[in-house]
Design a protein around this ligand. Structure first.
Ligand SMILES: [Fe+2]
Ligand SMILES: [Fe+2]
Ligand SMILES: [Fe+2]
Ligand SMILES: [Fe+2]
Length: 399
């Protein structure tokens, strides 16, 4: 692949504004769409929300009026992109259906990134988080069957298995143990920087989503499960955002954000099965090329450095939504009992972990455990989708 976003021409910023008719996108078909199309939409929504919020925080630090004006102009276009992307989701889906899709994204996107990541420390961070979002999918799938009387295979479509990962109740850790070591901005591979931004943005959007939709159910078990998992997504954002080198300048970070938007739109344009959605990825790619040019210009002006020094000379291989069943089973079989201690990983329940667990759980089983028991009592068995055979861990087979 020879696509270099720094050398491609995009759409001039003053021609990127869309009127209401153009923003009124046709949503995907809730029953017949490719589940991975929905995953791409959810991913790009998270990326655009991060683009908007990052731009905002940068602007709040800019004393120069012209910089703030330039950022405001680009930010409005990012906001229109977010509307176009997220409004591709069909209005019919319940909060829980969308939740299952969010956890499917967290599972298959993180698995893909873990497989492709060249740096062993970063790879470990993705493998660690993977087993937790994979378990969230299983807990929500049981809630879905229990309160909506529907099965998660309608949503994940057998592309992703549904079975226990690292049990959700074990995800509660002292916040100190959620902070990782960052990559080094001078030596990290360009793909590593992109991976970190992508997963950070996706997890951040999941965290925001649960913050807002968690209290929308009336059933106490649902309300409690969203609180519990919502707080784990807070941990996950800490885990992933701490991988990004805080020594990058604001302008360098802006360039990385725009470059990553180019990379993901390009990736999804290359792999999209729905032609109408593909046209949006292509349009947005052409907008992002111009955002990148503007950001690069700002970085040169403020930092006196050329962005070419920090970026890949061409785009890496496209980010792909595909089945990761075998890979996930391998990680399950080897890393299920990991927890974190400081910036590293251990296999034993250390003192700080146990103290935190005792404080947060108190004297009752958390909702993530009760939802399985209650669904078993109601449906006669718990919900699983094990297309590749029995669970790789004997202890996590149904009893
Ligand atoms: Fe964007
Ligand atoms: Fe999750
Ligand atoms: Fe997560
Ligand atoms: Fe952008």
């Amino acid at each position: 692949m020879t696509f270099n976003p720094l050398e491609e021409r995009g759409i001039p910023l003053d021609r990127q504004l869309r009127d209401w008719r153009e923003l009124d996108v046709t949503p995907i078909d809730p029953d017949h769409a490719d589940p991975y199309t929905r995953c791409r939409i959810i991913t790009m929504n998270g990326i655009e929300i991060e683009a908007i919020m990052f731009n905002r925080h940068l602007a709040r630090h800019c004393p120069d009026l012209e910089d703030r004006q330039q950022l405001a102009e680009t930010r409005f276009i990012e906001a229109q992109q977010q509307k176009a992307v997220n409004w591709l989701l069909p209005g019919l889906a319940s909060v829980l259906e969308t939740t299952l899709a969010y956890e499917q994204v967290a599972t298959d996107l993180t698995a893909w990134v873990a497989r492709m990541e060249p740096d062993p420390y970063l790879k470990q961070a993705y493998q660690f988080g993977l087993l937790e979002d994979f378990d969230h999918l299983y807990r929500y799938a049981n809630l879905f069957e229990m309160i909506e009387h529907r099965k998660a295979e309608k949503i994940v479509d057998a592309l992703t298995e549904v079975m226990p990962g690292r049990p959700t109740k074990m995800h509660q850790r002292h916040p100190i143990d959620n902070v990782r070591e960052p990559y080094d901005r001078n030596t990290a591979a360009p793909i590593s920087k992109l991976h970190a931004l992508t997963i950070m943005s996706a997890e951040q959007q999941t965290m925001n989503f649960y913050m807002n939709v968690g209290p929308m159910y009336m059933e106490p078990i649902a309300r409690q499960l969203y609180q519990e998992i919502g707080l784990i997504e807070e941990e996950h954002v800490t885990h992933y955002e701490s991988l990004v080198d805080p020594g990058e300048t604001w302008w360098e970070q802006l360039v990385n954000h725009e470059y990553n938007e180019c990379y993901l739109y390009y990736s999804f344009m290359e792999t999209e099965s729905d032609p109408k959605v593909k046209a949006i990825w292509e349009l947005h790619l052409n907008m992002e090329l111009e955002h990148l040019r503007i950001a690069a210009e700002m970085m040169r002006r403020h930092d006196g450095r050329d962005p070419q020094e920090i970026l890949a000379p061409r785009l890496p291989a496209p980010v792909t939504f595909e089945q990761n069943k075998g890979y996930i089973r391998e990680v399950l079989a080897t890393q299920i009992d990991y927890t974190t201690l400081g910036t590293g990983y251990v296999q034993e329940a250390h003192e700080r972990f146990q103290r935190w667990q005792a404080q947060i759980h108190g004297d009752q089983e958390p909702a993530s455990e009760r939802v399985i028991d209650e669904n078993r009592a109601k449906s006669g068995r718990e919900y699983r989708l094990e297309s590749e055979g029995a669970h790789p861990m004997y202890s996590l087979r149904p009893h």
